[in-house]
Design a protein around this ligand. Structure first.
Ligand code: ADP
Ligand code: MG
Length: 182
């Protein structure tokens, strides 16, 4: 039987990692064989664990490339992947390949960068997925529903690892207000 792809997307602090961990832990309870990966670039909290902002965690394998995931996924039933926005477009074919092998593939990642532009392979992953869950953060300015990750520091490179020291969840109105002031 064939597998499928689930995407969990949203801004920073929206609960993507929390939701990914929740689904993976339930798969483990169901005694499914689970393999979890994250890009080696993401070492914010821990070298190997995937850790959410509320300090929930699960063991993972850091990888350098999408191709490595294909090699290491072996004969597991469920593949989890966090911070998918940091992979190149080859992650799309890798996810298709894994799902075609019969695996359930659960992918979490930022759908937009700090400028509000679709992030890396995420749009294509969302296009090929059977299921997409968009989770939302709380706007730090007004308490509304946030779907942007506002960067509080001047650095303009697309990738800047950081936490609440460098990023803030913002709703559309509060994100725009700040863009104009910048
Ligand atoms: P993500 O992976 O999307 O960055 P996490 O799953 O790591 O998010 O963290 C979600 C948790 O972050 C929430 O459960 C909450 O405890 C915390 N949090 C901190 N700031 C916010 C915010 N502005 N909106 C929502 N949750 C926040
Ligand atoms: Mg996360």
């Amino acid at each position: 039987s064939s597998g499928w792809i689930e995407v969990i997307c949203g801004s920073m602090f929206s609960g993507k990692t929390e939701e990914l961990i929740r689904r993976l832990k339930r798969a483990k309870i169901a005694q499914l064989r689970v393999e979890i990966f994250k890009p080696i670039a993401d070492t914010r909290y821990h070298d190997e664990d995937i850790v959410s902002h509320n300090h929930n965690s699960i063991r993972s394998t850091p990888v350098n490339s999408a191709a490595e995931i294909l090699l290491l996924a072996g004969d597991c039933d469920v593949v989890g992947l966090d911070e998918a926005q940091f992979f190149d477009d080859s992650i799309v074919e890798v996810c298709n390949n894994l799902a075609n092998q019969g695996k359930r593939v659960i992918v979490a990642g930022l759908d937009m960068d700090f400028k509000g532009v679709p992030f890396g392979p995420m749009p294509n992953l969302m296009a090929i997925a059977e299921h997409i869950t968009k989770v939302h953060a709380v706007c730090i300015s007004c308490g509304g529903v946030a779907h942007y990750s506002f960067r509080k520091v001047a650095n303009q490179s697309t990738v800047l690892l950081g936490e609440s020291d460098s990023y803030e969840a913002r709703c559309r109105a509060c994100f725009q207000k700040e863009q104009k002031n910048a």
